[in-house]
Design a protein around this ligand. Structure first.
Ligand code: HEM
Length: 392
């Protein structure tokens, strides 16, 4: 009979927030299945195991009743549903993410926004690109894609942060839920006011396709899933973009090669592999399961650490380094299985195909003057929270 996984009582959430990668490397070697006391969950750090969990939703449910997400979002979103119920809600939004909508409707808009937002940046100055460019660009594009362009960039960024922090409020503190409540109220008020417009003039936006479907899902779920897209569609492209910029600007040889070959898409994939914007996901064991000789008891919550899977020595040479020109890059940053990120192609194209070339075209000699000024944070979600760049 398999033993339950070893317990670690030393690793703290603060350490993981600061720099999780040395810890993951040690865990992959010494305890790839480990109960982390600080998180109250079993961490899986090997690529085969994180993929196994996400590919087997019958054994590992997304419907984890212990997460604060439902409280923060006022509802269960599609991310926390399984099987047919999940699929129905995911399909309701799918037309807005189709290849046709992305190519014809969204990419021309992203192109216009990228040119406008990059065009207003000052030349010759050091600018923190975190909010002024990366966050704002992701917000504007997403507001249009969702059909709520009346929201300002600041609104979108605040709502996204409030929802994410509410969903991650494992200490069940009041303040993060109150902030999330204010975001919910504002989003609901805006969506209420936009229903007539979208009914009168149906379009490819996520809100419109869900409202105008022949057999629509309940309004509560339409709103919940717009909110999950706000929570999931801003910080991740923002963090991906900042990470890629850091990777390229601190590796000038690679940058030269990327520019010459226009390999921005490769740079994108390597950036999201190197530092996974969503580093961890939770799943609930629906029966006793054995992983690497360890028993995961029914009812246990596991955390798949895709940030660690993406550097697994079994798949990558020099996984700790940013190397655009790798032989293979089977990263798990967009997840696996039925919950595979619905915004994958939008993010790839908005950042890789549109923003990076526009930015390097206008500022070909950008520099990070002092890498100590770049501050990285995050365990569940990770990226630079400050990235001052000299724009030249
Ligand atoms: C680089 C950018 C992005 C990354 C790294 C990313 C990552 C992820 C990951 C890892 C998941 C799966 C979570 C799980 O398995 O529990 C996910 C789900 C999701 N993402 Fe993204 N995402 C990105 C951008 C976006 C964008 C731009 C949108 C919307 C336009 C979006 C919408 C969604 C939605 C709706 C889901 C839930 C899918 C489902 O549960 O069926 N994402 N994302």
């Amino acid at each position: 009979m398999a033993q339950i996984a070893p317990i670690d009582t030393d690793i703290t959430l603060a350490q993981l927030d600061q720099d999780p990668f040395p810890i993951y490397r040690r865990l992959r070697a010494e305890a790839p299945v480990v109960q982390l006391k600080a998180a109250g969950r079993t961490l899986l750090t090997k690529a085969a195991d994180t993929k196994f969990v996400k590919d087997n939703p019958g054994l590992f449910s997304s419907d984890d009743p212990n997460t604060p997400m439902k409280r923060a979002f006022w509802s269960h979103t599609l991310m926390r549903k399984d099987g047919a119920e999940h699929m129905r809600e995911r399909m309701a939004m799918a037309p807005a993410f189709s290849a046709k909508a992305i190519t014809n409707d969204w990419m021309p808009q992203y192109q216009r926004i990228a040119e406008e937002y990059v065009g207003r940046l000052p030349r010759g100055e050091v600018v923190d690109l975190f909010a002024i460019l990366s966050g704002a660009y992701a917000s504007r594009g997403l507001a249009i894609l969702l059909g709520m362009e009346e929201a300002s960039d600041e609104d979108m960024m605040e709502w996204s942060q409030a929802l994410i922090e509410g969903a991650g409020n494992f200490g069940w503190q009041d303040a993060p839920f109150e902030r999330a409540d204010r975001a919910n109220e504002a989003i609901h008020a805006l969506l209420d006011s936009l229903q007539d417009r979208h009914r009168a003039a149906p379009n490819s936006s996520a809100f419109s396709v869900m409202l105008n479907a022949d057999d629509p899902i309940p309004e509560k779920q339409i709103y919940a899933n717009i909110k999950i897209a706000i929570g999931g569609g801003i910080n991740e492209p923002r963090d991906a973009m900042n990470t890629i910029l850091y990777g390229l600007l601190t590796n000038p040889d690679q940058l030269e090669q990327v520019k010459q070959n226009e390999d921005w898409d490769k740079a994108f994939e390597e950036g999201v592999r190197w530092v996974a914007p969503i580093s961890a996901s939770s799943r609930l064991a629906t029966e006793d399961v054995e992983i690497r000789g360890c028993l995961i008891p029914k009812g246990d919550t596991v955390m798949t650490i895709q940030a660690s899977a993406n550097r697994d020595e079994e798949l990558y040479e020099n996984g700790e380094q940013f190397q655009v020109y790798r032989d293979k890059n089977p990263h798990q940053s967009f997840g696996n299985g039925p919950h595979f990120c619905q915004g994958t192609h939008v993010a790839r194209r908005a950042v890789g195909k549109v923003m990076l070339p526009v930015l390097f075209d206008r500022f070909p000699n950008m520099e990070i003057s002092n890498t100590d000024d770049v501050i990285w944070r995050g365990f569940g979600f990770r990226g630079p929270i400050q990235i001052p760049v000299l724009l030249n």
